[in-house]
Design a protein around this ligand. Structure first.
Ligand code: PMP
Ligand code: GLU
Length: 400
């Protein structure tokens, strides 16, 4: 083929997490009984007030373009939620854009802030799409490797080591995928001081904010003194409200940045889907009980999953503070993370995400999602226990 594709694809991989979701769907079509712990896909049904709101909007003929930023009711609901729950003040008319997914909001945020050649610091292990998005706009993600023995906390020192003259953005994800770390106040203050000192923007992905355990609290960076004017907050409906297929998210922040970001939205997707925006209003205003029930269930699954992992030879796993992933250290099995994930798939039809997909610091770990039912988690634990006997024997034969 002679047609050349843009240079920007050099170094941009396909999404490992999306590829895993597709592998699972394909195997299931082929009749394989896969136990899927690979993806960030809540197994719950979308809460019924959300479904009802969408159906009503469809029946009412809300099937046309909306204002590019979003329908006023949803913009109000987002701004109201940010003020009440996050301590973040934004103007609903000028400080929010409702996007078709958090992914799109993130892409828009990075597009707004980065020129080709600019750098964004991404603490790793990190969700797979951050560096890819930077690459797609010709910018460069610079990994700042977090350490498991520090609980995957960021420090001013490690961030300082990554700043160059081209650094424009620090990307923060809290609660974090895949590590489960939840930002604490001291860490947040260090991050803001660092961003102010180097005049950096902060892009903060808070999509797992509702999923924090042990009474812990999510902290929005934009609520810290000095942070709001340089922070774009990204959030989405996929995880908290089990709405992955609806594709709805938002971007909120200072008006001068949102004014530019709006151009990205206007010239690419126009607006988020009209009736889905109505569903978004219901999600933000009428699902508190559903969200609380899901969190309670995730908490049980977290304990089950981590206990099962720690019972396996060569595997250790800390309890994640937030999100719905167990990030297990499998170095003691003698397998690489990719080999571990492949063996689980080939020999037990259990899918997990290899840590190597999440960048520096991820090798030696695998990510298991516990957004799957207890039955699936129990069955997966059984299959893993059976397999573990095999890898312990292999390691023994190699003299490990
Ligand atoms: N951020 C993180 C950390 C995620 O894990 C995901 C999961 N897909 C997203 C953003 C994107 O969510 P959405 O479905 O809204 O695009
Ligand atoms: N965010 C999820 C994950 O990390 C879903 C897949 C994706 O959108 O990347 O598995």
């Amino acid at each position: 083929m002679s047609v050349r594709v843009a240079q920007r694809f050099a170094g941009v991989e396909r999404s490992a997490t999306v590829a895993l979701l597709e592998t699972v769907q394909r195997l299931r079509r082929e009749g394989v009984e896969v136990l899927d712990l690979s993806g960030g896909e809540p197994d719950f049904a979308t809460p019924s007030p959300v479904v009802t709101a969408a159906v009503t909007a469809l029946r009412d003929g809300e099937t046309h373009y909306t204002p590019s930023r979003g329908v006023p009711e949803l913009l109000e609901a987002v701004a109201g939620k940010l003020a009440a729950e996050n301590g973040v003040a934004v103007d609903p008319e000028r400080g929010v854009i409702v996007t078709p997914s958090a992914k799109q909001a993130l892409f828009t945020a990075l597009m707004t802030l980065l020129d080709p050649g600019d750098e964004v610091i991404v603490p790793t292990p990190a969700w797979v799409s951050y560096p890819a998005m930077a690459g797609l706009i010709g910018a460069r993600a610079v990994a700042a490797e977090l350490r498991a023995d520090d609980g995957f906390r960021m420090s001013r020192r490690m961030l300082e080591e990554r700043v160059t003259g081209r650094t424009r953005v620090l990307l923060v994800n809290t609660p974090a995928n895949p590590t489960g770390h939840v930002l604490d106040r001291e860490e947040a203050e260090e991050i803001v001081a660092f961003a102010v000192e180097h005049d950096l923007a902060l892009v903060v992905d808070e999509i797992y904010e509702k999923i924090v355990y042990d009474g812990g609290a999510h902290l929005s960076l934009a609520s810290l003194p000095g942070a709001a004017e340089r922070t774009l907050t990204v959030n989405g409906f996929s995880k908290a409200y089990a709405m992955t297929g609806w594709r709805l998210g938002y971007l909120a922040g200072p008006e001068p940045l949102i004014a530019q970001a709006l151009k990205v939205q206007e010239h690419t997707v126009s607006c988020a889907t009209s009736f889905v925006q109505r569903a978004g209003v219901a999600a933000l205003t009428r699902t508190a009980d559903d969200v609380a029930a899901m969190l309670k269930e995730y908490a049980v699954r977290r304990e089950m999953t981590v206990a099962a992992l720690n019972a396996l030879p060569g595997v250790t796993c800390a309890l994640p503070e937030g999100a719905f992933y167990a990030f297990a250290d499998v170095r003691g099995t003698g397998l690489t993370s990719a080999a571990f994930a492949q063996r689980l798939l080939d020999e037990a039809a259990v899918t997990v995400a290899p840590g190597s997909a999440f960048g520096p610091g991820g090798e030696g770990y695998v990510r298991l999602s516990f957004a799957a039912s207890r039955e699936v988690l129990e069955a997966a634990a059984e299959r893993l226990t059976r397999l573990a006997g095999g890898w312990a024997a292999d390691a023994g034969a190699r003299g490990n």
